[in-house]
Design a protein around this ligand. Structure first.
Ligand code: FMN
Ligand code: SF4
Length: 349
């Protein structure tokens, strides 16, 4: 049996295989109030029907003024539950674990979204940025906890906190940005107090069986820091770690000569050695062969396939049947889906 297609239990949920569709914003689809539509439902249903063991629905913002763009889905109000429920209803029949990634851009919130961009410490080079007061921090933690409650009401098995790619949770976690001198800074424990307060709040309100995932910047600012963050998150009660990068807050480590994957996968595989909770690794894994190798050699518990599952929603089923996959052609200078899924030359939508 190919290890990629073996089940793994997380809490009370048996995940049918090790392949994850990671979060990918469908830029241009949600309306300016953050409502998803039928295109989102079809998009996720196709990947669920294609056999993904876990689907993490795209970065969904917990505050209207914390979005990346004004077409990003939102979960800052109860009125978002109905649309998100349509996604879960369409997918659940196919049996994946369904998580919703919850997100806030923090200091990198664009001027088109909000005049002020907030974070742990204002950026001296950017006059738009503002250091959060304690009261504002508690308010934002509450926004994440409320978002998780809405995700549960919408039928998700859990949430993934977006703590990677230089966004708000990542900004708090890294000493490169977080220069606070109060209890939300100074030490690893202090820098992760923003996250741990959210995690504890979600656990308290939604119980043990609700899955809490965390996507971390595993190189933020170094892999050694990422490992310490991962160990601390495990202690705070995170159920699944998803090892991505820290965007501009870190440098991707070089890989040993005989390592056949990139520095982001390498970081994830190193983190896996230091924790006991399941770890998802990601980035340019691409093929079933490369994915299986990582599971077989215990370098990861799950592999996430983003662009190649966008270009081929049937990636998992085809991998199981040894059928040819329609691979992503890695558009340059960057993926056209940053503008719209409809521009992808291989698979629209
Ligand atoms: C258009 C686009 C949107 C993305 N949106 C998100 C997102 O919402 N949240 C997130 O954590 N990562 C996001 N990512 C990163 C992917 O989840 C993934 O980590 C990245 O594409 C590398 O994996 P791959 O090489 O398998 O494509 C996005 C990537 C792309 C191309
Ligand atoms: S737009 Fe290009 S890079 Fe993006 S998924 Fe499609 S083929 Fe791949």
């Amino acid at each position: 049996m190919n290890p990629l297609f073996t089940a793994l239990k997380v809490k009370s949920f048996e995940i049918k295989n090790r392949v994850v569709m990671p979060p990918v914003v469908s830029f241009g689809w949600a309306d300016e109030n953050g409502y998803v539509d039928d295109r989102h439902v079809k998009h996720y249903e196709e990947r669920a029907a294609g056999g993904a063991g876990m689907i993490i629905v795209e970065a969904t913002c917990v505050k209207k003024d914390g979005r990346i763009v004004n077409s990003q889905p939102g979960i800052w109000s109860d009125s978002h539950i109905e649309g998100l429920s349509k996604i879960t209803s369409a997918c659940l029949a196919h049996g994946p674990m369904l998580l919703l990634q919850i997100h806030h851009s923090g200091l990198v919130t664009s001027p088109a979204i909000a005049d002020k961009a907030v974070g742990p410490t204002a950026d001296p080079a950017n006059s738009r940025t503002h250091t959060l007061s304690r009261e504002e921090i508690h308010h934002l933690q509450d926004a994440f906890i409320k978002a998780a409650k809405r995700a549960k009401q919408a039928g998700f098995h859990g949430v993934e906190l977006h703590g990677a790619h230089g966004f708000l949770l990542n900004q708090f976690a890294t000493h490169i940005i977080n220069k606070r001198e109060d209890e939300f800074g100074q030490t690893l424990q202090g820098r992760l107090k923003f996250a741990s307060g959210i995690i504890e709040g979600i656990r308290e309100s939604l119980g043990e069986d609700f899955i809490i995932g965390y996507r971390l910047g595993s190189n933020s600012p170094t892999l050694a820091d990422g490992i310490e963050v991962a160990k601390y998150l495990e202690k705070t009660g995170v159920d699944i770690l998803h090892a991505s990068h820290g965007g501009s807050t870190g440098v991707i480590p070089a890989v040993p000569e005989n390592f056949a994957y990139n520095g982001i996968v390498y970081s994830g595989a190193q983190i896996k050695k230091h924790v006991n909770i399941p770890v998802i690794v990601v980035n340019e894994i691409k093929t079933p062969e490369r994915a299986s190798y990582l599971i077989e050699h215990q370098m990861a518990d799950f592999v996430a396939i983003a662009r190649d599952m966008l270009t081929d929603p049937q990636w998992v089923k085809k991998a199981m049947n040894n059928e040819p996959i329609d691979y992503c052609i890695q558009c340059k200078p960057k993926c056209k889906r940053y503008e719209s899924p409809d521009l992808c030359p291989v698979h629209k939508g």
